[in-house]
Design a protein. Structure first.
Length: 188
């Protein structure tokens, strides 16, 4: 089974990229967590789409997501909502609209997030739900993975060092894998 993980932060030592790296440590032996970068994705521009089509970097991300069994999004929280760079990636991936079925519809998706603040990305995670609904994704509503005070949970290189959070993440990853497997067994 393959899960694609995407961090919504561009920062080199991002807490959310670190959360994804730590999640990769906890997947089952028969599961692979493939972490993709959004660093090279340009701002969405309908004129660019019309003249040159979907950029190659976006097409590569779309193809990886379309081929995966589940999508794991590690979302920062900026000004109590979704980071613009992260939403931009999803907007590009929904172009052209005919690709929405292949990339998003009925795709299992889970959210997690880390932030220096005390809210643990709960508002950003809630803000993603209308996007998932619009794209007809299948969100997992297991225990939430919210890391607040992330500066104390990660080291200077963005590695998750807090053992309590690591334990919560292990449970979270296991739960999402089970959700994906249950969905696959009902569709076979």
């Amino acid at each position: 089974m393959t899960i694609v993980g995407i961090s919504g932060s561009l920062r080199k030592n991002s807490f959310n990229a670190g959360l994804l790296r730590a999640a990769a440590e906890f997947v089952s032996p028969d599961t692979r967590l493939e972490i993709l970068s959004i660093r090279e994705v340009p701002l969405y521009d309908a004129d660019v789409e019309e003249t040159t089509g979907v950029p190659a970097v976006v097409q590569q991300i779309k193809d990886r997501v379309a081929a995966c069994d589940g999508l794991l999004l590690a979302t920062p929280e900026y000004n109590n909502s979704i980071p613009g760079v992260f939403k931009n990636v999803i907007d590009w991936m929904s172009r052209p609209p005919a690709d929405i079925r292949r990339v998003f519809i009925d795709r299992p998706v889970a959210l997690m997030g880390a932030t220096p603040g005390m809210g643990g990305t709960s508002l950003a995670q809630s803000a993603w739900l209308p996007v998932f609904r619009t794209l007809q994704m299948r969100p997992w509503f297991g225990p939430r993975m919210l890391v607040s005070g992330a500066g104390q949970a990660f080291d200077a290189q963005g590695n998750l060092t807090d053992e309590k959070v690591r334990g919560q993440l292990k449970t979270f990853v296991s739960g999402f894998e089970g959700f994906i497997r249950r969905g696959k067994s009902t569709s076979d």
